[in-house]
Write a protein that binds this ligand. Sequence first.
Ligand code: GLU
Length: 375
Amino acid sequence: MTQLPELSSFRRIVVKVGSSLLVDQQKGAIKRDWLVALADDLADLHRRGADVMVVSSGSIALGRTVLKLPRGPLRLEDSQAAAAVGQIALARTWSEVLGDRNITAGQILVTFTDTEERRRYLNARETIGRLLDLRAVPVINENDTVATNEIRYGDNDRLGARVATMASADLLILLSDIDGLYTAPPHTNPDAKLLPVVPRITPEIEAMAGGAASEFSRGGMFTKIEAAKISTTGGCHMVIADGRVTNPIRRIQDGKPCTWFLSPSTPLTARKKWIAGSMEPRGTVHLDEGAARALMQGKSLLPAGVTRVEGLFARGDCVIIRGARGEELGRGLIGYDADQALQLVGRNSRDIESVLGAPGRAEMIHRDDMALAGD
Ligand code: GLU
């Protein structure tokens, strides 16, 4: 039997909260008592030192009531309008309940391109990373007011998984209106059994996910399995757990039934594999001996150690890193566009502002954005 992970072993945790848990369907208002108990759970994780992120749905569900929109599926313009109204209330409530526990919340609204386009991806990753360094809790949702059908996630399960891998989280908790993945739909099949652990997502597992979403919340089991694929490939474990109970995270900690999807790697190794293997390099940076040595000791690449750059790359693109004799040392996501990188060659990080006319990041390539031979 596979050993199930302990909640206390995770250091960066994303908790995804669905609309149907957070918003009372009849009243169209936030279920405050439930949320307050969840905030206690989050504060427990935060107090023991974990980085905590929340991916919260609910803007459309809240806003549609305020705007008195009809029941049933909404037209795109109506869901955008509902999101605009509901997101204000959603963010305020999160900020209040976390603030009551001395935790600062920061709102981040992302679009599909923010997670999929590399330049924007790096920006979002850095903002999230900085908030976490400052011990704030990012509260994230899709920017539904500007997202259109062709370029949106539409469900926060997959969004949560992309955010988790983008932020190098090691656990994604999907709080749901079901306690996990069953071998068959449990409401129609009395023989359905809950799977406590899914070591690998096979076609059989995908077949079990079947069915679609309800009117009120977008994600069915299908999007949860998609989320599991994204997160486990990115080195992040995922757990689907019952969110309808009070203190749902404590319930996972207590070993109550839920479904764990295990990742074979860690966020760091998965990220390095992604950088090393799955991107077309757009350019090359050449280093001097000292910079090459510093990289091998685990340092970031500073402009001062760069002797030459080649290629038409943009910030976030993958570039080849070469040593003084032209040998390939590894690959990395570059922190500057080619024209800026050219100006920064050999310059001290102190001079970045005067060279570029605006403050920039100290690193040409950050250590976490590099995969070196032997990593
Ligand atoms: N982003 C949507 C909202 O806040 C929810 C998507 C979902 O339910 O997964 O209303």
